[in-house]
Design a protein around this ligand. Structure first.
Ligand code: ATP
Ligand code: MG
Length: 440
């Protein structure tokens, strides 16, 4: 029996266990955990499931996205973690052809898939898990937040884990950063991923790393449910969906109903638009549109089930612009010759409000920690969305004396959870220790 650590991310997931990514290296009992190869040698897996309609089988990760892109009959599910903090957590999704699946069972099957991959790599049965969690699953409802953690624990147990512990994702990232430190530092950690932005203020150092109980070192944790998937939604609403009628007006001068556009631009709600009843309702809405072709494009997007494709295009454009180039979004599948351009000024306009919200919570984390921003020695960035230079620049500006450090964007949390797993499960009697998670 063995233990592992899982970073179940909104966009990408990873699992750390005691075997090397190199299949030739044997597992080292009590040794450091390393990321297991989860798909064709890759150490991270897109958090995606494709449920095939024909035979009910499921594909995971890149294979799931490929099944959708190749046009197989079935449903693609992404951003499953966002379900945890929402009212959908104990609900089911209609997959078409009468097939109904509980969201939580989908999460269970994804965790079980990760477990199987790591067991294959480590050659051991893994029945204890250190799971990462955002500081807040739900921004302002403590009960919903607790219910989300409980739901994730239930999914993990259903996936075959006997013992389930949690650690905050930014604390995990901090432990990863600390493993390379030679002196003590006061660190501000910013983990900005797909679903949440999470912050911690923590004292790190080689001496402190030796202690099992780190509660005195953690000065503050805070987080919010705003990150990369929200950026994608804003970009789609600003740069793509107006071409499908969003915010257009009808013959009487009234703006067309907007709910369809919000669902279309929300990763975990896209599928709800493909139910025959919903399609029929939206078809009827054509009378609300002043320009019939806008509605025609919308209907085409729904009939071709292009929801995830459009969101993927918004995401890709975001990453292109983050890399310094303008992005041309090709919408030829909706209408010949149709396209949209995303340049940096437009991206800044679209993301200004959520980035402001993220910065506000970052500032509050420092206030909660009771320190002066100038005391912070380093700001440690991790998570995919820290690829946005204007976001990290705005956060770095909060700390006049801090050195910005960029970690392994997609691996730091999982690696740090591995350190937390080793502390929790790795030594004799460790199971009796208090959970390492710190509270705010
Ligand atoms: N170069 C880039 N620039 C900006 N954003 C990027 C870049 N690369 C990836 N992203 C975004 O990063 C996000 C995924 O990051 P990450 O894998 O850290 O999230 P996650 O761990 O799955 O989510 P969370 O921790 O919030 O549950 C996606 O929204 C993706 O679009
Ligand atoms: Mg993450």
């Amino acid at each position: 029996m063995g233990y592992c650590a899982i970073d179940f991310g909104t966009s990408n997931s990873a699992i750390a266990s005691s075997a090397g990514a190199d299949e030739a290296s044997p597992p080292v009992p009590g040794g450091p955990l390393v990321l297991a190869p989860v798909e064709a040698g890759a150490l991270t897996l897109p958090t995606a499931i494709f449920q095939h309609a024909e035979d009910g089988t499921r594909a995971f990760g890149r294979a799931a996205i490929a099944a959708y892109t190749e046009g197989h009959e079935g449903r693609l599910l992404r951003s499953l973690k966002s379900i945890l903090g929402s009212r959908l957590v104990d609900e089911s999704i209609h997959m078409g052809d009468g097939m109904v699946v509980r969201y939580l069972d989908l999460i269970t099957s994804f965790l079980a898939h990760l477990k199987t991959q790591a067991e294959r790599a480590s050659g051991a049965v893994l029945d204890e898990v250190m799971l990462g969690r955002p500081v807040r699953f739900h921004d302002d409802d403590d009960l919903a937040d607790a219910a989300a953690e409980d739901a994730l624990a239930r999914a993990a147990r259903a996936a075959g884990f006997r013992d389930v512990a949690f650690q905050y994702e930014p604390i995990a990232a901090a432990l990863d950063y600390e493993s390379g430190l030679h002196r003590e530092e006061l660190v501000f950690v910013a983990d900005i991923g797909g679903g949440t932005s999470d912050f911690s203020v923590i004292r790190l150092g080689p001496e402190r790393a030796r202690h099992a109980d780190r509660s005195a070192d953690v000065l503050a944790n805070a987080g919010l449910h705003t990150a990369g998937t929200d950026f994608d939604a804003r970009i789609e609403l600003w740069g793509i969906l107006p071409l499908l009628g969003y915010q257009s007006t009808g013959p009487t001068g009234r703006t067309v109903p907007h709910r369809v556009y919000f669902d279309l631009s929300t990763w975990h709600l896209v599928n709800s638009l493909y139910l025959p009843k919903r399609i029929a309702e939206i078809e009827q809405m054509r009378y609300f549109y002043g320009e019939e072709r806008l509605h025609r494009r919308l209907m085409r997007a729904l009939r071709l089930r292009m929801g995830h494709t459009l969101l993927g295009q918004a995401e890709e454009a975001k990453i292109t612009v983050a890399g310094g180039a303008d992005a041309r979004i090709d919408l030829g599948a909706l209408e010949e010759g149709l396209w949209s351009l995303l340049a940096e000024d437009r991206l800044l306009d679209a993301l200004g409000e959520p980035i402001e919200r993220i910065t506000r919570i970052a500032r509050r984390t420092v206030e909660d920690a009771g320190i002066k921003p100038a005391e912070v020695d380093a700001i440690y960035f991790t998570g995919g969305s820290t690829g946005l230079g204007f976001l990290t620049g705005q956060l770095a500006a909060l700390f006049p004396a801090a050195r910005p450090v960029f970690g392994e964007r997609f691996a730091s949390v999982a690696t740090g959870l591995g350190i937390a797993a080793l502390q929790r499960f790795g030594s004799p009697g460790a199971g009796a220790r208090p959970r390492p998670r710190q509270s705010t």
